[in-house]
Design a protein around this ligand. Structure first.
Ligand code: F6R
Length: 269
């Protein structure tokens, strides 16, 4: 894993957005895997700015979202369909037919999950998968003890995740109990993975992901098995890392690394 330490949420978001932009510039018809939640909002804002001000072109991009709550229609403000439209899609030029988000209202979840996996394959596979991490170490909605080989399916949310996400609902009891989510196995097939984490409250999960054993108790730890994962962290999220000094040293010393610590004359990427 490559660890990139940034000073704050804004810098984390800017570096994350540059990694996404570089993927699109290298491959204009890139397939992106996208996440929701508080973590990627700044990155999405930066992508919108790059689209407007720098002409970053999404016209040939395809996107697959990680997950959706079961039972929430697309027009529910708490749904991930709504989130993606509000925070990203309404501002970009991604063709409507290139946008895939799991359905929270299909009447045949099993068939839908099989179809979703097939669409990812037929689109050529995911070039860059963007992830956040839950306080219990989940990626997408792969809660602790999810199979590390799992595919897109319905998962029952952990109580901690329901509590963490209650802030997006009017009442905590409105948070759905089930979600449709890409599996850990689905995520690991992406060619590159970009995981972001910010805030002190994420530090234990970040340490378990990077330095803990590979275990289904922290599904993010499965990313240790992926050859091209970049973790972009803000300073607060690094607080529980035992090897922090080493990661900083690597970041500082790597010749030609696009992630070198910023000096006045060194671009971030
Ligand atoms: C969202 C998702 C989740 C979140 C995670 C962190 O699509 O798959 O795994 O990335 O729960 O959420 P935030 O960013 O709100 O802390």
């Amino acid at each position: 894993m490559r660890i990139v330490i940034t000073e704050n949420y804004d810098e984390m978001s800017r570096i994350g957005a540059r990694i996404v932009a570089r993927t699109i510039n290298e491959k204009p018809n890139a397939v992106l895997g996208l996440a929701t939640g508080g973590t990627p909002i700044g990155l999405y804002r930066e992508l919108v700015r790059m689209h407007r001000e720098e002409g970053l072109d999404f016209s040939r991009v395809t996107t697959f979202n990680l997950d959706e709550y079961v039972g929430l229609p697309k027009d529910s403000p708490a749904s991930y369909h709504w989130f993606m439209r509000e925070n990203l899609f309404q501002y970009l030029n991604i063709p409507e037919q290139n946008i895939y988000i799991p359905s929270g209202t299909t009447d045949n979840y099993e068939a839908f999950c099989t179809w979703y996996e097939a669409r990812i394959r037929e689109s050529g596979g995911i070039d860059l998968q963007l992830l956040g991490i839950g306080t219990d170490g989940h990626i997408a909605f792969n809660e602790p003890t999810s199979s590390l080989g799992s595919r897109t399916r319905i998962k029952t949310l952990a109580k901690q995740t329901i509590l963490d996400n209650a802030r997006y609902f009017e009442r905590p009891e409105d948070v759905p109990i089930y979600a449709i989510t890409m599996g850990v196995g689905t995520i690991l097939e992406a060619r590159k993975i970009l995981i972001l984490a910010n805030g002190r409250y994420k530090a234990p999960a970040v340490a378990a992901m990077i330095e803990g054993p590979v275990t289904s108790m922290c599904t993010a730890s499965a990313l240790q098995m992926h050859p091209e994962t970049v973790c972009v962290l803000d300073r607060e999220a690094t607080k529980d890392l035992q090897m922090l000094e080493y990661y900083e040293w690597v970041q500082e010393k790597s010749p030609g690394s696009p992630y070198r610590k910023r000096r006045e004359d060194t671009p971030l990427l």
